[in-house]
Design a protein around this ligand. Structure first.
Ligand SMILES: Cc1cc2nc3c(=O)[nH]c(=O)nc-3n(C[C@H](O)[C@H](O)[C@H](O)COP(=O)(O)O)c2cc1C
Length: 157
């Protein structure tokens, strides 16, 4: 099974989980490619970040891996921003090729946990619309330690 782990991370929490996913897959002898996406103009003001996420904006991204036809599975990760995924994730899912015949796993990292299920639902809906079959979703509180995260991931992979 070949997986593409595609994620956006502003302050590093989602990045850490994405790396853990890659680590666990590698230890299982599976191939995994990490793809960190980033908007060309990265919004840094909290309220603007919330507004753009809440409105489901799709900012232009730096050039990235969009053709994922060679992968069997896509693992998509985002922080929860105002009950939604970060805007870069919306752009990515819209622009990546067809996900027909692929499985997808969505993950989010969050602070208080308010809106985490809504954010996951929104990611799932967008992925299903591209043809993916959702194999699982998982969420991580920003202060969960590595051991707890690893355990959660190992159980689902
Ligand atoms: C703009 C913004 C909006 C956020 N909105 C929420 C939210 O609605 N619910 C929540 O539980 N956490 C929220 N958080 C906290 C982040 O989801 C959490 O810190 C996450 O782990 C950050 O991931 P990152 O370090 O990969 O950027 C928000 C953080 C930011 C910056």
């Amino acid at each position: 099974m070949k997986s593409a782990i595609i994620y956006y991370s502003f302050t590093g929490n989602t990045h850490r989980i994405a790396c853990l996913f890659a680590d666990i897959l590698k230890n299982k002898g599976e191939e995994a490619v990490l793809v960190r996406i980033r908007p060309l103009k990265e919004e840094a003001a909290f309220l603007k970040q919330c507004k753009e996420a809440f409105l489901g904006k799709k900012p232009e991204l730096y050039r990235t891996l969009l053709d994922i036809k060679d992968f069997d599975r896509v693992i998509i990760g985002s922080p929860v921003w105002a009950f939604k995924p970060a805007p870069a994730i919306n752009t990515y899912i819209e622009q990546c090729g067809s996900l027909q015949g692929k499985t997808a796993i969505c993950f989010v990292t969050y602070g208080s946990g308010v809106g985490k299920n809504r954010a996951l639902e929104s990611m799932k809906k967008a992925l299903v619309a591209k043809g993916a079959r959702i194999a699982g979703t998982v969420s991580f509180q920003q202060s969960e330690n590595k051991k707890q995260c690893r355990k959660k991931l190992s159980e689902m992979l």
